[in-house]
Design a protein around this ligand. Structure first.
Ligand SMILES: [Zn+2]
Length: 374
């Protein structure tokens, strides 16, 4: 073991006989009359083993181990020995700020390199490379090792108000081709698979889901049915997914867990049950093409991309405080608030994730009949 004091708790701050460790709400003060704590902590540079540290600080090895455990409880140390061969030199340089960020989650038994390696070993599928091209760029920059991106469209000038990873000279190119070029410029180490395909059924999605850790659904057209295709495919293959949308100043997101509980069809059943008008709304919007109604602008697409890619990171690293399935998260740009009040339960009658789920994708009329029959 080669303990290293985390960057986030340095430099150590001295005031009188006290030493302050950390910043902000996690900072705490300890008495350090003879500067022993300061010199002990400073000796944890990630290069020295325990015996050398004990000798240098003139303490018994057992006492040093006790102290290390105490410091580890307050999560101010990492073990450099755990980190040595996980990443190459270029990666160590590229992701330096990632490592410092990951220090908020690490200890002597879990290193920031290990967290980066976990991200590197992950595979994210992004359906639709419109606004979601921003997610691809952010995930490539974060260091996700494998990204599969699907689209069938070409870059148009009218996309460039928000899909700013694409450039003027990408106009007319297939989005998949333009994406490949741009993402390689951002991070050449990312393995980017592109699939040039128009999704017209869950069966188009299922073959893409093997060894995928998470799906980002960036397709919203044809209306509602495309989200149902993604939902059905992901539940069939037990792959979690994030859905999202932008409606003026509202940014909406929801997550489907790998158990599929409270899926998108459950959401539709919930709406049908609780809102009489929703049936007519559903009939109108089902299969509708939203192109001319698109209100997405660069600021809202950027905010959405930040929320989604942060959620992807939390998911891949199994961090706390992830989005819950069965909740609609709504960020309001006017009020600068995030609400998650809108909630739906898993429906036992859901034909997709319920007790008697169907093997095949059902039509929307089946959902309506389920509600009318209950
Ligand atoms: Zn369901």
């Amino acid at each position: 073991m080669k303990p290293k004091i985390k960057e986030i708790v340095t430099p150590l701050i001295k005031h009188g006989e006290r030493i302050r460790i950390g910043y902000h709400e996690k900072a705490f003060d300890v008495m350090d009359k003879d500067n022993k704590i300061e010199s002990l902590l400073s000796s944890f540079d990630g290069k020295k083993g325990l015996e050398e540290l004990a000798r240098l600080n003139n303490i018994h090895l057992e006492n040093l181990i006790d102290l290390l455990n105490t410091f580890d409880n307050i999560k101010i140390l990492e073990d450099r020995d755990l980190m040595e061969n996980l990443l190459n030199e270029q990666e160590k340089e590229r992701y330096r700020a990632n490592f410092t960020y990951f220090e908020y989650y690490t200890d002597l038994y879990k290193s920031s390199y290990e967290m980066q390696k976990k991200i590197k070993d992950s595979h994210v599928l992004i359906l639709g490379l419109g606004g979601a091209i921003q997610d691809v760029a952010a995930l490539a920059s974060l260091g996700v090792g494998k990204i599969t991106g699907l689209d069938y469209d070409t870059v148009e000038r009218s996309n460039l108000n928000r899909q700013y990873i694409y450039k003027e000279n990408d106009i007319g190119r297939l989005k998949t081709e333009a994406a490949k070029r741009r993402i390689k410029e951002i991070n050449p180490d990312v393995e980017l698979n592109i699939v040039n395909k128009k999704i017209t059924s869950p069966e188009d999605i299922m073959p893409l889901l093997s060894n995928v850790d998470l799906v980002i659904s960036g397709i919203d057209s044809p209306g509602i049915i495309s989200s149902r295709w993604v939902n059905f495919a992901c539940i069939s293959k037990n792959v979690p997914a994030i859905f999202s949308g932008i409606n003026g100043n509202k940014i909406l997101m929801n997550k489907l867990s790998d158990t599929g509980e409270g899926c998108f069809d459950c959401f539709l059943l919930h709406c049908l049950k609780n809102d009489e008008i929703f049936k007519f709304q559903l009939n109108t919007l089902y299969g509708y093409t939203f192109e001319k109604k698109n209100t997405a602008i660069a600021p809202t697409v950027s905010i959405l991309s930040g929320f989604i890619t942060a959620e992807v990171m939390k998911h891949l690293l199994n961090l706390e405080n992830q989005m819950n399935t069965g909740y609609m998260y709504q960020f309001d740009l006017n009020r600068l608030t995030m609400d998650s009040d809108y909630h739906w339960e898993k429906s036992d009658y859901c034909p997709t994730c319920g007790e008697i789920s169907l093997k095949e994708f059902c039509d929307i009329t089946t959902l309506m009949e389920i509600i009318e029959g209950k």
